[in-house]
Design a protein around this ligand. Sequence first.
Ligand SMILES: [Zn+2]
Length: 423
Amino acid sequence: MDKNNKIHIIDVTNRDGVQTANLGLAKLQKTMINVYLDEMGIFQSEFGFPVTNHETNYLNANLELAELGVIKNLRLSGWTRAVVKDIVEAQKRVPKLKYINLSMSTSDQMIKNKFKGKIDRKEVLSNTADAVKYAKDHGFLIVGINAEDASRTNREFLLEFALKAKESGATRFRYCDTLGYDDPFTIYDNISYIAKHIKMDIELHCHNDLGMVVANSVMGAKAAIDNGVNAFINTTVNGLGERAGNADLVSVILALKKSSGFANNSKYMLDEKIDLSKAWKIAKYASYAFGVHIPINQPGVGSNAFAHESGIHADGALKDRRNYELYDYEELGRGEPDIIETGRMISTGEYGGIKGFRNVYGELEVNFECDEHAHRILELVRYANVHTQKPLINDELLFIAKYPEQARKILTVSPDALIPKDI
Ligand SMILES: [Zn+2]
C-alpha cells in the first residue's frame, strides 16, 4: 500500500449539475462556482462541454482566468464522448483545454439499447482506445476514461475496458454508477477488483437513485485506497444532478473528515488543501444561482443542521455542544448574521443608470478611474443581469469590475457564431 494515496474531489456541478432536467446556470454563475471551488481548495472542476457551441466563450474565458491566477489551483476539465471527432472539435474550440474526461457506455443494456447495434463490445474497446490515444497524442495532460453504467457492466468486460484505456494512455478510470444501482458493499467489491488489477487511479461517479450516494462514494474511495491507488470522488454542490442527484460536495467532505472509520484513520487522507470553512458560502450561492432551496435537514448547511428544540436535546447541547453535535457550525463558515436591508435599497442591473451603479460600487469600495471606465462596467453589469435574470450578488459585481475582459467573453452567448449548417 502506498502511504501517500489520497482522496481528492472532482466537482461536476458545472457538467452533471447543469445538464439536469429543470436546472441550469448562466455562464457567469458557472464561473462563480469555479471561483468558489478554487477558494475551497477543490482539486478539479469538470467545468463544461467543449463541443457545445454556447459553452465556448465561457470555457475559454475560464481558462484565461486560470492563466491570470484568478483561478489558482483548480484544474478545469472538459467532458466529451470517447469519440475522436469530439476531441478534434474540443481542441478547435477550446485550444487551451488540458484536462478531459472521455465517456463511453460499457453495459450490455446500453450497448444493445442505446447504441442499437451500431457498435458492439469489440468496438467499444477499439473506439475508446482510439479516442484516448488521440487525446494523449494531441496535448491533453490528463485523460480520464469514463465507463458509463459501470455498475451494471459485466465485471470482466469492465476490467478489459479499463486495461485497454490504461494501455492507450488514460490517466484515470471513472467508475460511473450512472443509475445509482450500487450499495456500499457492491461498490467496495467492484472497485477493489478493478483497482487491484489495473493499478490506476479511480474516480467514483455515483448517483442517488436509491439514497446511498454519499455512502457509495466514500466506500468506493476506501476500496481504491485499500488497493493502493488514489481515489477521486465526483461531487456536485448541494447534490444537484441527474434525477435524484449526485454526491453532495459538503456531505462527502464531512463523511471523510468526521465519520468514525475515516476521521480516525490516517490511511484515508482527504486532500489537505480542502477548506471546509468555504462550505456555507458555496452551498448558499449554488442554491441562489440554481433557484433551489437547501433542504432544512441537509448535512452541515441545512437550516436545521445545528438546531435543537426538544427539552433533552436543547439542554444537552447547551451544556456541551458535543452532546448533540459531531462538528461545529463555525467549521463550515456558518455563524455570521445574514444582513437583510430593510430600509432604502439601491441596486443596479439590466436597466440601471450610472448614479445607482456608482452608489452600489461605492458600498463595495470600488472606485473607477474615470467616467468612461464606470460606464463600461455599468454596461457589463446590465448585460450580466440580462444574462442571470437575478439580482447580482456582491461577488459577481466585484468579479465584473475586476475582470471586465473575461466577464465580457463569459456574457457573450450568441447564436451569431453558428454557421448555417448548425441550424
Ligand atoms: Zn452522472
